[in-house]
Structure formats: structure tokens, C-alpha cells
Design a protein around this ligand. Structure first.
Ligand SMILES: C[S@@+](CC[C@H](N)C(=O)[O-])C[C@H]1O[C@@H](n2cnc3c(N)ncnc32)[C@H](O)[C@@H]1O
Length: 216
């Protein structure tokens, strides 16, 4: 399956880490839940490593869910259509989830919805399970912005293509909007413990983070 999101040059490595963490830690018989699964590309990466796992994918786009269902191995993927901004209304199957994750979706959500999804994940995780969040972090210190620009330039040099960048901190802030509202690292470090999850930054490249939250 081809990666439908081509804009992040570091995504390949970071998704491999995410899929490896899930493949290595989810017990046999446990399920995996993804919030914002799109066409099921990350589910595909996980199933390549652990063909025995059952994955439930939630998304608001019916056509993307249909594509996921048509592409992923039969019987391994359950598609649930729903809006993460109303997480309480989504009929998530009751399973023992050893891992719950989300990839490049949280920046689409308003902050209260982000917190509600984190809380819903914590409530549904099996004991010892992990919530894994992969998304861009909001940059909020103008004085650090030149360092971020240097990292973006290096990514372009090393990978031959760039990612979402800005020429100045003000241009970066102007580009933030309703479909681009990443949270700050400091927010996640508040919201995870508030939901009963112990947070750890597991991988960071530029401003794209993989954060884990352990239950218990
Ligand atoms: C950039 S795509 C990432 C898809 C997949 N996680 C991946 O990494 O390949 C973001 C996905 O989140 C979904 N999404 C965004 N906001 C949503 C919401 N409020 N409720 C449900 N899904 C949402 C979009 O429909 C889209 O499929």
C-alpha cells in the first residue's frame, strides 16, 4: 500500500517506530484502536508486522473507511464512521485494547476534543496498555524559531524534500487555523496525566512527535 501522506519526509521512520511499538507490546488476543485511520495505511504497517491483530479504525470519511476495508486483510479491520469532535457518540466496539493510537489527526481537532479523545483512549485501554499519539507540535517560542528552521532545512537537505515550513515565526502563526491547530508539548504533558496516562516522548524529529501514554 502506498503512503497517502507524502508531505512528511520523516514520517516513514516515525510510523515504522509506531508500528514496531504496537507489534512488540500488544498481547495476543488484544485489539488495537486507531482514531483518524484514513485509508488504513498505518493499520497496514501494523498488520505487516502482526497479521494476527484485530484493528478498529475510526474516521469521519466513509469513502476512506471503505478503501481501508477493501485493502486490508479480510477480517482484520473494523471500520467505524464517526466524528472525533463528538467522541461520546461513536459506537466503539467493546474490546480489550492493548494499544490505541492516532497519527497526524490531532492537529485537526480543537483542544477540548483532543482532551476528550485522550480521556476516551485512557478509559478504553486494557490494563498495561498504551496510547500512542503521533502529530506535529505547536511551536510557541519565537526565540527558538531559528533552530526549528535549521531542522526543517536539514530535513530538506537529507531527504530531498521539505515539509510544512514558514519563513518567520509570524508567518508560522498566521498559517495556524481550524485545520491546522497542533497542541504544544506542554499541553500533552498536562492532558495525559489528567486522563491517568504517564507520558513519555518516544521519538521527536523536528516538531513531529511520537508521545506514549502508559495506563497505570
Ligand atoms: C492526515 S490523515 C491521517 C490518516 C492516517 N492516520 C495516516 O496517518 O495515514 C487525518 C485523518 O483524520 C481524519 N479526521 C480528521 N478530523 C476528524 C474528526 N473530527 N473525526 C474523525 N476523523 C477525523 C481525516 O478524515 C483523515 O482521514
Amino acid at each position: 500500500m502506498e503512503d497517502p501522506v507524502q508531505r512528511h519526509p520523516t514520517r516513514g521512520e516515525q510510523l515504522d517506530i509506531l508500528a514496531t511499538l504496537i507489534a512488540d507490546t500488544v498481547d495476543r488476543g488484544q485489539a488495537v484502536l486507531e482514531f483518524g485511520c484514513g485509508v488504513g495505511y498505518v493499520a497496514h504497517l501494523i498488520l505487516e508486522k502482526r497479521p494476527d491483530l484485530d484493528i478498529v479504525g475510526v474516521d469521519r470519511k466513509g469513502d476512506a473507511l471503505q478503501q481501508a476495508q477493501d485493502t486490508l486483510p479480510a477480517g482484520r479491520f473494523t471500520a467505524i464512521e464517526g466524528d472525533l469532535e463528538a467522541i461520546g457518540d461513536i459506537a466503539i466496539p467493546d474490546k480489550a485494547y492493548g494499544a490505541i493510537f492516532t497519527a497526524l489527526t490531532f492537529h485537526d481537532l480543537p483542544d477540548p476534543a483532543k482532551q476528550a479523545v485522550i480521556a476516551a483512549a485512557a478509559a478504553r485501554l486494557a490494563p498495561g496498555g498504551c496510547f500512542l499519539l503521533y502529530d506535529r507540535l505547536r511551536l510557541d517560542a519565537p526565540s527558538l524559531f531559528p533552530l526549528q528552521q535549521s531542522i526543517w532545512s536539514r530535513i530538506e537537505r537529507v531527504h530531498g524534500r521539505g515539509m510544512r515550513t514558514a519563513d518567520s515565526f509570524n508567518a508560522y502563526v498566521e498559517d495556524l487555523g481550524t485545520d491546522n491547530r497542533p497542541a504544544r508539548l506542554a499541553d500533552y504533558l498536562d492532558w495525559f496525566p489528567a486522563a491517568g496516562l504517564t507520558p513519555q516522548v518516544l521519538h521527536l524529529h523536528g516538531n513531529v512527535a511520537l508521545i506514549g501514554g502508559a495506563k497505570g
